[in-house]
Design a protein around this ligand. Structure first.
Ligand SMILES: *[C@@H]1O[C@H](CO)[C@@H](O)[C@H](O)[C@H]1NC(C)=O
Ligand SMILES: *[C@@H]1O[C@H](CO)[C@@H](O)[C@H](O)[C@H]1NC(C)=O
Ligand SMILES: *[C@@H]1O[C@H](CO)[C@@H](O)[C@H](O)[C@H]1NC(C)=O
Ligand SMILES: *[C@@H]1O[C@H](CO)[C@@H](O)[C@H](O)[C@H]1NC(C)=O
Length: 360
């Protein structure tokens, strides 16, 4: 991943001692890209090491065993780990609302009906994205329960995008469709005609909003003073970067950050920017864009998982109560609130020139 060498380059460029944050992610979100490329982490004394997670199982093992300080993963995973598996994972903020989520297929498949009898590749058949897929396919009468299609476990979106474009898995198995996210939805559309995947449906046309990427930690980090302080600085940098990203005044600079981070053309980066700042499905947390979890968005996640039998809690389980933020709860805003207070005291500005310097 190029982000790692860029972090190293920024480390070399800065004489000050930086504190290391081990960050696990499925993909370089636009907010992370802005923070990384425009110096929002180094400005706050942080060396953020980007760890590319291979799949949600490995990612949650790494957050729970202390290998990562923080993870961004779709919040449905946290619902599953906390409520089904009694694992103490804590969500400290919402990053996006289902970033450009689409059901995408190989070029020869042009409608959802043609997926009948086919495998659909996923990260995990028990993940939030798989439940969203079930919801979308059901709009065309295709259900997993009737064996109208089946899931094949492949891994995170980078692997699935590559498999979709090649129309095959590395072992040669044919691939037909999957769910794509930012930045792959746009990258796919930028491929040559005949090579570009088809978008069969937008998830936001079927259900919206859905809370998706969320900042996730292990609960024990909250009572560890040093870890808590480190997470607060990380969140202050991400908060500053997200404000920067969503400010139209800084659009050209944000697009440059995406060009550098994603290694795409300026034209593609401009489309990625539009996708990441989309008010419904982008890296937003309305109305304040302060990383608050949308209660409607997370309840949609709960209801879809529930609809397809994805919870093992008793039928009487009170999700509304379980989703109220607080100490020891699934959602805890203490770090986020401290980060915003820190930002208000010491605003981080970022540096557009820096991103150009980092690239040799
Ligand atoms: C997840 O990734 C790990 C590490 O690469 C791998 O060992 C494991 O088999 C993967 N699990 C799934 C369910 O794909
Ligand atoms: C989760 O945290 C609670 C309260 O601190 C504790 O009692 C419980 O043992 C923890 N569960 C796990 C699986 O670590
Ligand atoms: C190829 O990999 C997929 C996903 O792991 C698996 O379901 C399939 O059985 C494999 N096919 C062969 C021929 O090994
Ligand atoms: C931005 O970065 C450039 C290149 O490293 C540096 O010369 C300049 O002083 C920085 N500006 C600010 C405001 O930090």
């Amino acid at each position: 991943m190029q982000s790692r060498s860029l972090v190293l380059a920024s480390l070399v460029a800065c004489a000050q001692a930086l504190d290391t944050v081990q960050y696990g992610a499925f993909l370089a979100t636009a907010t992370y890209s802005v923070a990384n490329q425009l110096g929002f982490f180094t400005e706050n004394g942080l060396n953020v090491v980007y760890n590319q997670v291979p799949n949600s199982t490995a990612a949650f093992a790494s957050i729970l065993n202390g290998q990562y300080d923080i993870l961004t993963a779709t919040v449905d995973n946290a619902l599953n780990y906390r409520f089904n598996q009694n694992q103490n994972v804590t969500v400290i903020g919402q990053l996006d609302q289902g970033p450009d989520l689409v059901l995408a297929s190989i070029p020869s498949i042009t409608s959802i009906d043609q997926l009948k009898g086919k495998p659909i590749i996923v990260d995990s058949p028990l993940s939030g994205y798989a439940y969203l897929l079930q919801d979308v396919l059901a709009t065309h009468g295709l259900t997993l329960a009737n064996n109208d299609y089946y899931f094949m476990t492949v891994g995170g979106t980078p692997q699935r995008f590559s498999a979709l474009v090649h129309e095959a898995l590395p072992n040669g198995t044919a691939v037909y469709a999957t769910i794509l996210t930012y930045p792959f939805t746009v990258e796919g559309q930028a491929l040559a005609p005949g090579q570009a995947p088809n978008i069969l449906a937008r998830i936001s046309d079927v259900v919206a909003p859905v809370t998706s990427s969320a900042f996730t930690i292990r609960q024990s980090s909250l009572s560890n003073k040093a870890e808590n302080a480190l997470l607060t600085r990380f969140m202050a940098s991400m908060y500053a970067a997200n404000k920067f990203l969503l400010n139209p005044k800084f659009k050209p600079c944000s697009i440059q950050a995406l060009v550098k981070q994603l290694g795409v053309s300026e034209a593609v980066a401009a489309q990625e920017y539009a996708s990441a700042t989309n008010l419904l499905s982008g890296e937003v947390s309305p109305p304040l864009n302060d990383f608050s979890v949308s209660s409607k968005g997370i309840m949609n996640d709960v209801n879809i998982r529930k609809q397809f039998g994805g919870f093992s809690v008793p039928a009487t389980f009170d999700f509304a109560a379980a989703l109220v933020p607080g100490v020891g709860k699934l959602i805890d805003y203490s770090v986020k609130n401290a980060a915003i207070a820190q930002y208000k005291k010491h605003p981080l500005t970022g540096n557009c020139t820096l991103s150009c310097k980092l690239r040799r």
